[in-house]
Design a protein around this ligand. Structure first.
Ligand code: ADP
Ligand code: MG
Length: 611
């Protein structure tokens, strides 16, 4: 018998399902797309255990007849396209006819629906189907008022390998929330609701404009730093909102991109956006943007990947140009207020002015150094105080001994401290120190980051827990639905690990206490935001608690560490260096950046042609 075999039907379906259904959020995406394609005015989503236990999507759309409902669960069954021509210009969100059968293949599913025409009757007769692992278990007539409701339970119950890959409740519900937020942004006139267990995460009645919708979902403070974008060029319409240059984020999570009402990830759009910001924000920072691109459907290929989230533009240069211009024009200062803001920015590139300022900074800190050490030729006061007994015989006084006018031999280093001794500070950013091996520059920010990170992790793991400082005045933070979704299941653990956080209204939290290590930092709400975002990002190892502690340690150390361009006195520098070299890994920061730049004694001697 040959080795090549055709796979059993059920296995084929599970494999195909894997491409479309990756996690609860992908189920929500497909079902909500179907509701929107069915012209729903209202979409309600209810989720339990991050969607791992159940996902329910209900709409008031056109519904299905009994026959259509059955056919809809067949593979490649769709009402949205008929022939090749239709495929060339897709106007609906779906068209592949794969979502329903794929979801049904990896879950227990129940659908209740009634065709809109039939629903006009007194007691409309609808249909209820139950499907388990792709097998239809029952099909009955029911009385059903209108629209379609699909309940998906026990996702991946029959694909244990997949189920294992699902993340924590916080992460999964975070993805669901983000997904639905994006659809709600793309369709302001449709009412959206999302509930997780007993908490409402999204409650957005039909809105008159995108601006109202943004306000409903993301809050007033979100809109404050955005400017509207609106432009049409070469048949490409670009509209939405984009951030003023001072509103910079550390990740691209705050970009929401749409093409013809579809939520997409697209390099062309991201690149065009970056180009528009290139002289306005540093290359490591990201703007916040909600960008809607509308083009003739024939100009976009949405049939690139089964999840339909990637797309291809037939003429990507034209789209790129349109987006770049639209965003650039939106950012051009129109009033004095804006241009002043733009001036305050830390520019991404160094201009001639910056270089001049940096030179002045160096000169200033050299001056300061000598003010602090008036008697020091080289700033080695600590070394000079060291008992001479260590070095034998004592070094000859200046000007005696050797014939060689340059001095001979190589400097003695054995008597130097093995522990780095602080010599001073360079440009108010780097601590200059020396030990037996040579001299070094220590980046004061990353050094402090390393110290705080190690301490935070140590304290959280200790029996007493991390030391908490109550804030005199609680600080508040307005959350996005995604952040809210992540916070809810994490709240208890967050409290146990130093962040005393309480709900303060529907989408605001009050921060009442923080780890002592972070107290005094001006960026406490940002710290909490970083933690919530970090938790939602995919990847990462370890248990949920380990991941949370890691995120806390990272955000706390990054936000609370001394910044560069901060003068430090000798005592602070000594503390920093001592603490740093007590860390297990003083040479790289938690993000992998170097902390210490060394110049070894040999390199110094070689540099002066002495060896
Ligand atoms: P596609 O959306 O690509 O057509 P799906 O498998 O998602 O494929 O859905 C199959 C068909 O089922 C759709 O074409 C549509 O006719 C019907 N359908 C699915 N969900 C709904 C809904 N919520 N309301 C009305 N019809 C629906
Ligand atoms: Mg679909």
């Amino acid at each position: 018998m040959g080795k090549v075999r055709v796979l059993p039907e059920i296995l084929i379906r599970q494999i195909a399902a894997g491409e479309i259904v990756e996690r609860p959020a992908s189920v929500v995406k497909e079902l909500v797309e179907n509701s929107l394609d069915a012209e729903a005015n209202r979409v309600r989503v209810e989720v339990s255990q991050g969607g791992k236990r159940s996902i329910l999507v209900a709409d008031d759309g056109t519904g299905m007849s009994a026959e259509d409902a059955r056919t809809a669960f067949e593979h490649h069954a769709t009402s949205k396209i008929r022939d090749f021509e239709d495929l060339e210009a897709i106007r609906t969100l779906g068209f592949r006819g794969e979502a329903l059968p794929s979801i049904a293949a990896v879950s227990r599913l129940r659908v209740r629906t009634v065709e809109r025409e039939a629903a006009r009757g007194e007691a409309p007769l609808g249909t209820e189907l139950r499907i388990e692992g792709g097998e239809t278990r029952s099909a009955v007539e029911i009385s059903w008022p209108a629209g379609t409701e699909i309940l998906v339970e026990d996702l991946f119950y029959n694909v244990p390998a997949r189920r294992k890959f699902l993340k924590t409740v916080a992460t999964e519900i975070g993805h669901v929330s983000r997904q639905l937020t994006e659809y709600a942004l793309a369709h302001p006139r449709v009412e959206f609701e999302l509930r997780h267990e007993s908490r409402s995460l999204i409650d957005a009645p039909a809105a008159g404009s995108l601006e109202d919708r943004v306000y409903q979902l993301l809050g007033e403070s979100f809109l404050e730093n955005l400017v509207p974008v609106e432009q049409e060029r070469d048949g490409v319409r670009v509209h939405g909102f984009t951030s003023l240059p001072h509103e910079q984020r550390s990740s691209g999570r705050h970009l929401h991109l749409f093409v013809n009402g579809r939520v997409v990830r697209d390099r062309v759009i991201v690149h065009a956006l970056r180009q528009a910001y290139r002289d306005r924000i540093p290359s490591s920072a990201h703007p916040v943007a909600l960008l809607f691109v509308e083009v003739d459907p024939a100009e976009v290929d949405v049939n690139v990947h089964p999840s339909k989230i990637e797309i291809r533009f037939r003429d990507s240069e034209r789209v790129h140009r349109a987006i770049r211009h639209a965003v650039e024009d939106a950012l051009v200062p129109r009033s004095g207020g804006l241009s002043e803001l733009a001036h305050d920015l830390p520019a991404g590139r160094t201009t001639a002015g910056d270089a001049e300022a940096a030179r002045r900074g160096v000169a200033r800190s050299i001056e300061k150094f000598f003010e602090r050490h008036p008697d020091s030729s080289l700033g080695f006061p600590e070394l000079r105080r060291r008992p001479a007994a260590v070095s034998e015989p004592p070094p000859p006084p200046f000007g005696s001994g050797s014939e060689d006018p340059h001095g001979d031999g190589i400097p003695e280093t054995a008597h130097l401290s093995p522990i780095p001794i602080v010599l001073g500070q360079f440009v108010e950013s780097f601590v200059v120190a020396a030990d037996r091996e040579g001299v070094m520059l220590i980046d004061q920010h990353v050094a402090h980051e390393r110290i705080l990170y190690d301490r935070a992790l140590r304290e959280m793991a200790s029996e007493r827990g991390i030391a908490v400082q109550r804030l005199l005045v609680p600080q508040t933070l307005e959350l996005t639905p995604e952040q809210k979704a992540v916070l809810e299941p994490t709240l208890e653990r967050l409290r146990e690990n130093g962040f005393e956080v309480d709900w303060f209204g529907e989408r605001t939290v009050a921060i009442k206490g923080v780890p002592q290590l972070a107290a005094g930092s001006a960026a406490i709400p940002r710290m909490l935001e970083d933690i919530l975002e970090g938790l939602n990002a995919s990847g990462g190892n370890g248990t949920a608690l380990e991941r949370l502690r890691e995120k806390i340690a990272i955000s706390l150390s990054c936000r609370a560490a001394i910044k560069i361009n901060t003068p430090l006195n000798a005592e602070k520098m000594r503390w920093l260096v001592d603490e740093l070299f007590r860390c297990e890994n003083p040479y790289t920061c938690p993000h992998g950046r170097p902390i210490v730049l060394r110049l070894g004694i040999e390199e110094v001697l070689r540099g002066f042609h002495r060896i």
